[in-house]
Design a protein around this ligand. Sequence first.
Ligand SMILES: Cc1ncc(COP(=O)(O)O)c(C=O)c1O
Length: 496
Amino acid sequence: MFKHSQLDSVKAWLAHPAHAAMPLHARIQRAIRQLILDGALGPGKPLPASRPLAASLGVSRDTIEAAYAQLHAEGFIERRVGSGSFVTDMTGFAPGHRRPRREAPLRDQAPRLSQRGAAMFHSGGVREMLVPRPFAPGVPDTRSFPLPLWERLERQVLKEVGTLALQHGDPQGAEPLRRAIADYVNLERGARATADRVLVLTSSQQAMMLCATVLLDPGERIFIEDPAYYGARRAFDAAGLESLPIRVDRQGVTVEPILSDPQRARAVFLTPSHQFPTGVTLALDRRLALIEWAARHQAWIIEDDYDSEFHYAGKPTACVQGLDPHDRTLYIGTFTKSLFPGLRIGYVVLPPPLVKPMTVARSLLDGHTASVAQLTLARFMEGGHFGAHVRAMRSVYAQRLEILTGLVRRHLSDFVAPRVPVGGLQMPCVLTCAMPEHLAIDAARRVGVELLGLSGLHAAGDGEAGFLMGFAAYTPAEMEVAVRKLASALQTVKVP
Ligand SMILES: Cc1ncc(COP(=O)(O)O)c(C=O)c1O
C-alpha cells in the first residue's frame, strides 16, 4: 500500500478545486504520475493493488484500473501478470530521479534569467488597471464607445472578406488600414506619410520596444525627457540602453544640453504635442533645432504622439515628423486613447529605409496584428466614424476637464494647485502644502481613489511633488464623489 504521505498527496489532488473538472481516474493518474516524477515513488516500487487503493480513496476499482491503464500507456508503470504494477525504471530520464528528494522543487526557485530578462522583470513592466477607477490617468471613456456600430462593421468584414480574414496577415499591417492611417496623420497631424511607410503594431509600447532594440545597441545612449513617460523609460532600460534625462521647461524639452554635446546619444524620445506628464507643447524653434541635430549627427527622433486627438484650445501643433525633411523622425501613434485600449492597435510612420528592417523585426515578435480588428478599424476610419467619435469625445472630455478643474479648486485648494492642460486625458496637480507625495497617494488609495505621483516620473525621483488626475473616463458625478473622498482623506494625513 502507499505510505500515509503518498496517500495524502493523492487525496489532495482528488480534492483540489482546481482539478474539479477532471474525471476521477485522470486526477488519480496525475497524482501518481507526480509522485513518480518527484521521486517519491522510485523505480521498481510496486503500486498498491487496485482493490485496496479503491477502498482507501473511496472510488470504484474501475476508476483505479483506468488510472493505471493510462500510467502504463504513458510508460510510467509496468504491469506484470500475476505480480502487479511497478514504477518503470527511468533512471537518467525522469527529473525527480536526478535530484535529492528533499531539495526545493525547481519551480519554487528564482529562475536564472538573462541580463536582459532580469532588467525586464525588475522594471515591473507596464501594467494598467483592468477596471480603471477615478482618477487613473490616460484612460479614455469606453462606456460611450459605439459598440453596435463596431460590431456591424466587423460583421461586414467577415462577410465580405470571408475566410481570408482568418489567414495570416501582412506583418506590415493590412493595406486599407495603413492607407487610412496615412490619410489621417497627413490631414490631422501635418505628417508626411504614405501607406507604405506605415507599420501597424499592437501598441505604442511595442513601437518603443522595437525602436530601442532595432535602432540602438545595449549600452548606447538615448536622450529622454525629464520627467518622462514610464513606459518609454522602461522599454529603453529593458533594451539595455542608457537613458540621459533632459530637463523639460514650459516650452518642452530643453535643447541646450543636447546641442552642447550632440554626440552623447544617438536618439531622442519626445512627446512634443503634449509632454507626458507636464502637458506642455514643444516650441517650434526647439523642434527645428532637434531636426537639425538629428540630420547632422545621423541620430533618430522618436516622436510619441499619444493623445493629440484631444486638444481643447484650437488645433494642436503639427507633428515633428511633418517638419523633418531629412527623414530622421519615427512617428508613433496609438488608438488606445482615441478609441479603446483593448483594441491593441498602434502604429509607426517610418523613414523609408527603416520600413523593411522594422517589419522583419516585428515579424519575430508577434507576426502581425489581428487582421479582423485591423480591417474593422480601417472601415471605421474610412466611413468617417473615427473622426466623428473623436469630435464627440473631445467635447465630452473638454467639459470633464473643466468640471474637474472646478472640483479641485473648490475642494482641494488647501493641498494642490491644478495645472490645467490644453489637451489630453489627465491633469497634473502640484502639491502646495508640506504633505509628502507618497502619503497623499496612499491616503487616496485607501479610499478607492487612484493618483499617479509626479515625482517618480523624474529621473532622480525628486521632481515637483504632485499627481496626475485622469478625467476622461469618469462622469461628473463620479468625479465629484471621488474628489470629496480625496479631500476628506487628505485632511486626515498627518504631515511628519
Ligand atoms: C505617453 C504615452 N505613450 C504611450 C502610451 C501607451 O499607448 P499604447 O497602449 O499604445 O502602448 C501611453 C498610455 O498611457 C502614454 O501615456
